[in-house]
Ligand binder design. Structure first.
Ligand code: NI
Length: 182
């Protein structure tokens, strides 16, 4: 178990399509070791999600852990630490909603991104068994952001208005004023 380096925008692995994990790999000790590293790395980063490509492992695997409770996005539902193997997303409500996103691989920046507001996620657990869950609101954005990493996509690719890309310090000072314009 180890805290791994989180690679940053510009590293080619962040722009690859990650490959599916095979049934043999899903139940292997090697995958447990990789997940342990991802859990340690996420905890050390202070983030809420981490995709395997962000530690230069181009496989379709992500972990999410959301504390829940009140936030500037309103009351957020808790998501206990969950491991998503070979996840897919189905859009259930295509109406778009916007949030200011950040990314451990694009440190120091925030950008306003609009995405569908309701999704169904399907994935495999560590026994290879299928799982399903539906998410709305902020959580729908979190999952779309994380799973985009498995397709070599970053949130900045989804931005419609790059004037709403800011450094965190400027976002803290001006971001909400900008958000209030529309
Ligand atoms: Ni990210």
């Amino acid at each position: 178990m180890a805290v791994r380096e989180i690679i940053r925008m510009g590293h080619p692995v962040l722009r690859q399509r990650a490959r599916e994990l095979t049934p043999e790999e899903i139940t292997s000790p090697g995958l447990r070791d990789l997940i342990d590293d991802m859990v340690d790395t996420l905890a050390a980063s202070g983030g809420i999600g981490l995709a395997a490509p962000q530690i230069a492992e181009p496989v379709r695997l992500a972990i999410i852990r959301i504390p829940g409770g009140p936030s500037r996005y309103g009351e957020i539902e808790e998501v206990p630490l969950t491991i998503y193997v070979n996840p897919t997303i189905e859009i259930r409500d295509a109406e778009e909603q916007g949030f200011w996103e950040g990314c451990l691989s694009v440190p120091g920046l925030r950008g306003y991104v609009e995405r569908p507001r309701g999704i169904r996620v399907r994935w495999q657990d560590l026994d290879g068994q299928p799982e399903t869950a539906d998410y709305e609101g902020f959580l729908a954005t979190v999952f779309q952001h994380e799973f985009d990493h498995l397709d070599g996509r970053l949130y900045i690719d989804r931005m419609q208005d790059t004037t709403r890309l800011m450094f965190e310090e400027e976002f803290a000072r001006y971001g909400d004023a900008t958000a209030a314009i529309d």
